[in-house]
Ligand binder design. Structure first.
Ligand code: SF4
Ligand code: SF4
Length: 435
């Protein structure tokens, strides 16, 4: 694709990177074929190629965003299915991130839109605020007609009761039976996940400890910053990124870390991109690169580094039919797909393939709250494809997908790490107690 950035514009590091990406695009349109919003809406501007043109036009012409551009960019799920399909290696993720940051700087969003986005940014990135809102929700439910449509939707999605935690809150979880751990990893426990589904982190810690691996949860790390990053809130996101990089790097230097484990694939994708985000920052470049290199999704780490000891064998256990839902941030964002499937296969159960498995379920961070109609259409399609193959439960690697898919089906949905923990000596997951 031809570009027309001036020399002056190319002094900006983000313009410089984006220009290189634009030049790779040969506008073949192959990416439209696997774009969920293009498939649903059929509009060129709701596909990756159209969005690339919109972003290029804004950046090249120093054009402020307008409502038409914002509509089409906001509809992008950041599922990165287009990146898997593109034969030219166009890094759409970096373009859409740049486009969103430009929108945030140059566009004045309508009042309720702004309030909703600020509310989500403030509440979902803070465990304390999220818990407070959960409690408050129980009281405001009778008056929820007073709020905007999006806030009403969020209130309706809030659970009435939270699951109980079974592990004490600590900074270091050491393996019990060994004097010296075989490895030492940091775990990102996340912001929303540890409130909504603490069992995911607990299964991760138990499983790693059982295999001789020490798990550290450094104080001060909550959110990975991806939520603000995808909302275009650069300043807030960068503050979080820098804090996380400093804390993890310090831990790496002082006590040693073999890996940083993410069990929320949306977060893992962003942390693996810290190196790119800080590519021109002299203070953080080296540290950010190291943090990205150390980061592994839990399925990737288990498959590559851990010799798992399965105690439930197919001969003495029941054989289940498990549908594996590959979260977009994992399969397209991190190119990690077969690892989780291989792990589940090792349990001796059957892994069922979901047709159109490359297409997003509609969860996509805050997307199901901000673009509810499209998200619901995608959910309907995903659930149809899952129910067609009649699994006993669904396994996936992202809390967003778990909560979103669970809203559309009665089939239990759980994290892959809960399945692996169970088959290597952990408790049977509560959600499966009746099957
Ligand atoms: S598939 Fe790649 S090269 Fe082709 S239009 Fe899409 S982004 Fe551009
Ligand atoms: S990230 Fe997903 S929704 Fe956005 S353009 Fe690419 S395929 Fe379409």
């Amino acid at each position: 694709m031809e570009t027309n950035f001036s020399k002056e514009q190319l002094k900006d590091k983000d313009n410089k990177s984006s220009e290189k990406i634009f030049r790779k695009c040969v506008h073949c349109g192959f990416c439209n074929a696997t774009c969920p919003t293009y498939q649903l809406l059929g509009d060129e501007l709701d596909g990756p190629r159209g969005r690339i043109y919109l972003i290029k036009d804004m950046l090249e012409n120093n054009k402020p965003a307008n409502s038409k551009i914002v509509k089409h960019i906001d509809r992008c799920l950041s599922c990165y299915s287009c990146m898997t399909t593109c034969p030219s290696g166009v890094n759409y993720m970096h373009l859409i991130d740049h486009g969103r940051a430009h929108i945030e700087k140059t566009y004045k969003r309508p009042f309720w839109d702004k309030i909703t986005r600020n509310f989500l940014s403030s509440v979902l990135t803070s465990t304390f605020k999220f818990k407070f809102i959960l409690i408050l929700t129980q009281f405001v439910k009778p008056f929820y007609f007073l709020f905007s449509k999006k806030i009403r939707l969020m209130i309706s999605l809030m659970p009435m009761k939270l699951p109980k935690k079974t592990l004490p809150k600590m900074q270091i979880y050491s393996p019990l039976k060994r004097k010296k751990p075989v490895a030492r990893v940091a775990l990102l426990t996340g912001c929303v996940q540890k409130v909504l589904s603490p069992q995911i982190n607990e299964a991760t810690i138990r499983l790693l400890n059982r295999h001789g691996i020490e798990v550290v949860v450094p104080k001060g790390i909550n959110c990975c910053g991806s939520l603000d990053h995808h909302l275009g809130k650069g300043e807030l996101a960068f503050k979080t990124f820098k804090k996380n990089i400093s804390i993890w790097y310090d831990e790496y230097l002082k006590n040693g870390l073999d890996a940083i484990i993410s069990n929320t694939s949306g977060c893992g994708t962003t942390i693996k991109d810290y190196g790119f985000i800080f590519r021109s920052n002299d203070d953080f470049k080296k540290k950010a690169k190291k943090i990205s290199e150390l980061t592994k999704d839990i399925s990737e780490y288990l498959e590559e580094k851990v010799k798992l000891n399965f105690v439930i064998k197919p001969t003495n256990g029941k054989k289940y039919k498990i549908a594996y839902h590959s979260a977009c941030s994992l399969q397209h964002g991190q190119k990690v797909h077969n690892e989780a499937i291989n792990l589940i296969k090792k349990t001796g159960n059957d892994v069922l393939e979901i047709s159109d498995g490359h297409i997003c379920c509609g969860s996509a961070g805050t997307y199901n709250l901000l673009q509810n109609e499209i998200a619901n259409e995608l959910l309907k399609n995903k659930v149809n494809n899952i129910e067609k193959i009649n699994p006993q439960f669904i396994s996936t690697g992202n809390i967003g997908c778990i909560t979103h898919i669970a809203n559309g089906t009665k089939i239990p949905v759980l994290h892959t790490v809960e399945v692996i923990d169970w088959y290597t000596g952990g408790p049977k997951p509560e959600i499966l107690k009746n099957i």
